[in-house]
Design a protein around this ligand. Structure first.
Ligand code: PRX
Length: 650
């Protein structure tokens, strides 16, 4: 049966209990497109405003009058929405169930406790001079304190920049320099399965690599108990600071368009860009999508397995669920520790009803065999979600039939760091499911497919996926580089937001993501720019040039494949040895290490010097017969030479 042939209609029980039925979806979607001002004015009441807004949407993607503003004259505080407003009715409700790396290490944190933790953290930041508009960098494990710190920033109007704990010291240093952060919040270490990762040590190293030396204070959480070198005048322990401040802190009234956070993400060129999100529109969109996409209800136990270092952690671990007053599981560890039943065991232990994870985790657990799943019960599950990469039909069926016992709708959600929240997705109870498809647009989202000439494709077809109109959760800029913002997203196809993904639309209007159209590779859901990996490889003194491509990988989705040209006379063996991999680990992080490195005498280039990655991809996949015409290459014979070397290396 082809993937397209299998369709799972909305089950009876789902459509009768979910927030949105098929008919409601159609009506609300039409309203959201035809009268966006009316629709969003109403939906924005999902959060509390200090001063209500009068204007709703003020946006244009055209160069002449480019602007993206939502609810611009309204004021609010994001932290107060996520914490304070739940206190009158729900102070004892659990906000977070923290499941530590070691089974049995569980903490329950109520909304009232969350409030005091966040206030205390905010006061510590204030004590160290953090003010509205300052940038605070977090380099943290997946522990409650990471969330307290994010919310504390939001409370006092500081802008957080969370850097994923898997990034190297150099990558952290680059991000610190870019945003000019004065404060870093970190922990002594992180625990990921059997490994302990020395975060504070990496921060120390990063500070020796920064060019601008803006960081004045490093606040360290005691977590693993690992000893840390504490530098006088610079380093403080959080628990000592926390003792000296109150656990009440008034929140700042913020404009809807005041920045909430920066999150660095890879682009196809240059250094990572600081994606900037603001307050009112972002929170409205995160809360609304969380409610409808996961069909969240008051008594659900919700678990999104993402790390707060990524956008999924921001929108669907922290802001969306907290704005809705949800109870969430947060998990420090990895899916395979102590064994591959961990996810399913945690679902049983905490009676998780909504579970949101990544295809790479699903495929990796699928490869370990069904027993790990079937030894658990999972009867609490109601909705399953997926994000970050295509969920292939085989993994979809395993997730649906085995994990979800053929009773839970799967929401395969497509979105990006830049979009702030989910744009394409099924809604449980409102749409039939097609394995491998991300279904239809969320309210207010107008996707289109463009052909090579930039013309809209009508009906079924394949093309560049763009969005025609703004939505409240959209990024507002590249931090301190507005030109790059416009150039990257709105210049390729005039008047549209360009996602850089390709997609197919079937005759029923369902979308199928076909993958990135730029030089970004998605390895286990980590977005990696080939340019960054190449720059790291080229740092090696023996390397002259390199080209990195992505090839399909059964578990990671894609894997990196590097072609490396050495300088004359370089010692081949020395480079092949772990050297290069270590270099990439040091410059970016372990997750960016190529699966294969092949040393080649040259690269296929056009006469103008452009590397033909399409040809490299065919060679890496052993599909040399599909390469086609090579006459435009400056040195066509190189193709055969590289093919032989790749064959010999496999
Ligand atoms: O290529 C798409 C892929 O992940 C990219 C965005 O990566 P990032 O900004 O790191 O955000 C990931 C979490 C939202 C997209 O351009 N992607 C994301 N979700 C899906 C996906 N590809 C296929 N199916 C998805 N559901």
């Amino acid at each position: 049966m082809s993937a397209e042939a299998s369709v799972y209609p909305v089950p009876e029980f789902a459509s009768s209990t979910t927030h949105i039925s098929s008919e409601q979806y159609k009506t609300m979607y039409q309203q959201s497109i035809k009268k966006p001002d009316v629709f969003w004015a109403k939906q924005a009441q999902i959060i509390d405003w200090v001063k209500p807004f009068k204007t709703v949407k003020d946006t244009s993607f055209k160069k002449e009058d480019f602007r993206i503003k939502w609810f611009a004259d309204g004021t609010l505080n994001v932290c107060a929405n996520c914490v304070d407003r739940h206190l009158p009715h729900n102070k004892d409700k659990i906000a977070f169930i923290f499941e530590g790396n070691e089974p049995g290490n569980v903490r329950h944190i109520s909304y009232e406790e969350l409030y005091h933790h966040v206030c205390r953290f905010a006061n510590v930041l204030k004590k160290h001079g953090v003010k509205k508009g300052n940038v605070v960098t977090l380099y943290m494990p997946m522990i409650p304190e990471a969330i307290y710190a994010m919310l504390a920033c939001a409370r006092i109007g500081a802008i957080h920049s969370v850097v994923f704990g898997g990034f190297s010291a150099s990558a952290l240093a680059g991000r610190l320099d870019d945003c000019g952060s004065k404060i870093v919040i970190t922990a002594d270490g992180a625990q990921r399965g059997p490994k302990t990762i020395p975060l504070k040590e990496t921060v120390d190293l990063a500070l020796t690599k920064t060019k601008k030396a803006t960081v004045q204070k490093v606040i360290t959480i005691k977590h693993t108990g690992a000893g840390c070198h504490m530098k006088e005048d610079q380093d403080v322990w959080y628990h000592e600071e926390a003792r000296q401040v109150q656990d009440e802190c008034a929140y700042e009234e913020m404009g809807a368009e005041d920045p909430l956070f920066i999150l660095y993400t890879s682009g196809s060129t240059g250094t990572p860009k600081g994606v900037l999100h603001t307050s009112g529109g972002y929170l409205t969109y995160a809360a609304l999508t969380h409610k409808y996409v996961f069909d969240y209800h008051e008594n659900d136990i919700y678990w999104c397995t993402a790390d707060v270092g990524w956008i999924t952690g921001h929108s669907y671990v922290v802001y969306g669920p907290l704005a809705n007053g949800a109870t969430s599981v947060i998990f420090e560890g990895v899916p395979t520790y102590p064994d591959a039943a961990r996810f399913w065991q945690v679902i049983d232990d905490h009676k998780v009803s909504i579970f949101y994870t990544a295809p790479t985790a699903i495929r990796s657990l699928m490869s370990k065999g069904d027993d790990y799943v079937t030894r658990t019960n999972r009867s609490s599950l109601r909705v399953l979600g997926s994000v970050g990469e295509p969920l292939n039909p085989e993994a979809w069926h395993w997730y649906y039939n085995l994990v979800g016992r053929s009773t839970c709708p799967i929401v395969d959600t497509w979105w990006q760091t830049e979009t702030g929240g989910i744009l394409l997705t099924p809604l449980p109870g409102a749409m039939s499911l097609k394995p491998g498809s991300v279904a239809r647009p969320f309210f207010g989202i107008q996707p289109a497919l463009l052909n090579k000439e930039g013309k809209e494709i009508r009906g079924a077809g394949t093309g560049s996926l763009v969005i025609k109109e703004s939505w409240p959760g959209q990024m507002r800029g590249v931090y301190q580089d507005q030109d790059r913002f416009f150039k990257t997203y709105f210049d390729t196809f005039k008047g549209y937001y360009s996602s850089e993904d390709g997609a197919r639309r079937d005759k029923e209007g369902y979308y199928w993501i076909t993958g990135r159209m730029d030089d970004i590779i998605n390895v286990s859901g980590h977005r990696i720019g080939t340019a960054e990996v190449e720059a790291a490889i080229n740092n090696h003194p023996q390397v002259a040039e390199s080209a990195v491509i992505g090839i399909p990988h059964p578990i990671k989705g894609e894997a990196l494949f590097a072609f490396v040209i050495l300088k004359m006379g370089a010692d081949v063996k020395a480079v092949f040895d772990a050297d290069l991999l270590q270099l990439i680990g040091r410059n970016i992080g372990s997750f960016a290490k190529p699966e294969t490195i092949v040393i080649v005498p040259g690269l296929p280039k056009t006469r103008s010097g452009k590397i033909m990655r399409r040809i490299l991809r065919k060679i890496a996949l052993g599909k040399t017969n599909e390469i086609g015409d090579t006459s435009t290459l400056s040195e066509p014979r190189i193709v055969n030479k590289i093919s032989e070397l790749v064959l010999a290396a496999q």
